[in-house]
Design a protein around this ligand. Structure first.
Ligand SMILES: Cc1cc2nc3c(=O)[nH]c(=O)nc-3n(C[C@H](O)[C@H](O)[C@H](O)COP(=O)(O)OP(=O)(O)OC[C@H]3O[C@@H](n4cnc5c(N)ncnc54)[C@H](O)[C@@H]3O)c2cc1C
Length: 619
């Protein structure tokens, strides 16, 4: 261990992950905590890290309140409808009422916003989206964080949270290691804001082998946002609500701008509108939800998946009509160039010019995240002016661990935040974290050297394991006494794919399969004690895998608990194929006991605050 130098840093606000939420948190923490010590720790480099690394073409969450375009209530109704009723409306409303101010700051900071020439307003792509020239979106928000933080640490992966030893259930900081130097870093902090993104690669991806990194969701997002809080006993919510995306095949290029701006549409291989064909069958499963407008994302997926199973594929996006207009053709291509260059490359390699050939679509493998058309994540307190008692325990966006906050993909129950809403949620969490410190809630935290040293031994163990076990390699990477991160990852992905509703089974699972999946995950967990890492990069892979595996256990437990198919098109419980509002119109909340590793689950009421308040006002 002596070869890994230890660095100690004491701070007030520690932000884990410098993506959209993390940069928002770092920026806002400085606004409220002028004299506080604010540190942001990022696994990559905040200039180009997270899901927005490559840039975006649209900001997907902007109310436009100054022009009366939308109000926060409208956004709550929208997200509620899309998630089949299951959202935390207090969190959604709170984000929505602040998101415009975030976007206005982006504008001031130099993010090129497209304007509607006639009205002078931001150019709308859809009801919620505004268009940007967003190749440099991430460096621009990173700049704000860099100017606000006392220090940004790049290339450090946080592996564990530290807990206070003087007061139960209170956070004390975090530890991690530098992937370039191999040094161990201890951050003793009064508050921690986890903003570490979502989770890809827990389900087997469609692209395997040499194409393995080709997923829709950022391949480097490994579920730390969930594993870090789960490991210390924080409550999680809606972890069953994984997301499946309908995207252009092989490149996962986005379809939103195509539908909204280019007015393209989809059809099956025979040129038919297949969505209509599945209306009656879907109504059987979910009742009146299929009549809602806009059609919930999962139900559109459902029609796609059913049509493909029935042999109607491939499904195409009809681009050949829109692309005859030179302006729309340009928009169609530019949409990829600022965000998903790979899709244009895939089309070039497959000889597809969307002006003459309708490109194929696909449904992705499932991902776990909290900021898109899905709301998996931590169970957090809402704001005091909006939240009912079950949803409020003192500080906005604080998890069920004192001093531990979350934002962006980390936070469950609040869907459709996207980039701007995640940044906004980071701001809200940071404001509350500063108040928590000012209220003296973080006094006398004790983190012993022993706690840190124990983590240090744990963190570098895969390097030690490899050093010994490499002597027993029988051929290539095969050894009886260790497993490599890639071997473990592929095993995890197969378990999740085959038992928990991945692409292998057309997103189908059931109680028996989930039970078996949990057994296999438990054995994997045991074997991950023997994971070996030959260098620092593999050490990162080892810890990414451990975080993915813990996240997967939580996803599987939740999927087992919810005995209904609430979101057909995201996954199916074959033993409970129908949506069941009588028994399951509720949120699911779990907690893993850190001592025993056992999960317990409960139902928590879902409050429809927006329209209830309106009804109350009217009566
Ligand atoms: C393909 C795709 C397209 C999208 N398109 C749009 C769009 O057009 N418009 C829009 O508004 N939104 C879009 N979004 C949504 C938007 O990108 C996310 O909502 C937003 O980035 C979430 O913010 P976050 O901070 O939670 O996660 P991220 O921005 O992903 O940031 C997480 C950060 O945590 C770091 N990290 C992870 N683990 C650790 C660890 N253990 N230690 C230290 N650091 C860690 C990561 O490196 C990363 O920098 C898109 C998302 C995806 C995936």
């Amino acid at each position: 261990m002596a070869k890994h130098k230890t660095h100690y840093e004491d701070c007030d606000v520690l932000v884990v992950g410098g993506g959209m939420a993390g940069t928002g948190a770092t920026f806002e923490a400085r606004h409220w905590g002028r004299d506080m010590k604010i540190i942001c720790v990022e696994k990559a480099n905040i200039d180009r890290s997270g899901a927005v690394a490559q840039g975006l073409y649209a900001i997907n969450c902007y109310m436009g309140m100054q022009w009366g375009e939308n109000q926060p209530e409208d956004h709550v109704r929208y997200a509620r409808n899309d998630l089949m009723g299951m959202v935390r409306e207090d969190l959604g409303y709170d984000m929505a009422r602040h998101v415009d101010s975030t976007v206005h700051m982006f504008d001031e900071w130099g993010l090129p916003m497209m304007k509607n020439e006639k009205t002078g307003r931001y150019l709308r792509e859809g009801k919620w989206q505004i268009m940007i020239h967003g190749e440099s979106y991430k460096p621009i928000v990173a700049e704000a964080a860099k100017k606000s933080a006392d220090k940004i640490y790049n290339r450090i992966m946080i592996t564990h949270l530290l807990m206070d030893e003087s007061k139960e259930n209170r956070v004390g900081g975090a530890v991690g290691f530098n992937m370039r130097t191999g040094d161990f870093h201890v951050f003793r902090s009064k508050t921690v804001i986890v903003a570490a993104g979502g989770a890809s690669h827990i389900f087997k991806p469609r692209a395997v082998g040499e194409g393995m990194g080709r997923t829709w969701y950022a391949p480097w997002s490994n579920g730390s946002a969930y594993a870090l809080p789960i490991a210390v006993g924080a409550k999680m919510t809606q972890m069953e609500n994984r997301i499946v995306l309908c995207r252009f095949k092989d490149g996962y290029g986005p379809v939103g701008a195509y539908f909204l701006h280019l007015k393209t549409y989809t059809q099956n291989a025979n040129g038919e509108n297949y969505e209509k064909k599945w209306y009656d069958q879907t109504k059987e499963l979910v009742g009146e939800y299929i009549d809602h407008h806009p059609t919930p994302t999962c139900l559109r997926n459902h029609a796609f998946i059913q049509e493909t199973i029935a042999g109607g594929g491939p499904i195409h996006m009809v681009t050949t009509e829109a692309f005859q207009d030179p302006h729309l053709e340009t928009v169609g291509w530019e949409n990829f160039l600022g965000m998903t260059v790979g899709q244009a490359v895939v089309w070039a390699s497959q000889n597809i010019d969307p002006k003459y050939t309708n490109p194929e679509l696909t449904t992705s493998e499932p991902y776990v995240m909290g900021s898109h058309a899905t709301c998996s994540g931590a169970w957090v307190s809402g704001p005091e002016d909006l939240s009912p008692p079950e949803y409020f325990w003192g500080y906005n966006r604080m998890l069920t661990i004192d001093g531990l906050f979350g934002a962006g993909d980390t936070v469950g129950g609040s869907a459709h935040k996207f980039s701007s809403g995640s940044f906004t949620e980071g701001r809200l969490a940071a404001k509350a974290a500063v108040k928590y410190i000012e209220d003296q809630k973080a006094a006398d935290i004790k983190v012993s050297d022993k706690q840190c040293e124990d983590f240090k031994t744990k963190v570098f163990k895969p390097l030690e394991t490899y050093t010994v076990a490499q002597n027993e390699i029988t051929g290539g990477t095969v050894s009886p006494s260790y497993i490599s991160p890639i071997q473990g990852l592929q095993r995890l992905q197969r378990i999740m794919d085959e038992y928990v509703g991945g692409i292998a089974t057309n997103y189908m699972t059931n109680g028996n399969m989930l039970k078996r999946g949990l057994e296999l995950l438990a054995w994997l967990e045991e074997d991950l004690e023997k994971i070996g890492a030959e260098d620092l990069h593999q050490l990162m892979r080892a810890w990414e895998l451990k975080h993915r595996a813990l996240t997967s256990q939580c996803v599987t437990e939740h999927t087992m608990f919810r005995e209904e198919t609430r979101w057909p098109g995201y996954y199916y419980r074959g033993d409970h194929m129908k949506l069941d509002d009588d028994n399951w119109h509720c949120l699911t909340v779990s907690r893993r006991d850190p001592k025993t590793g056992k999960f317990s689950l409960e139902k928590v009421p879902v409050y429809h605050i927006v329209d209830e308040n309106e009804k109350r006002k009217a009566s």
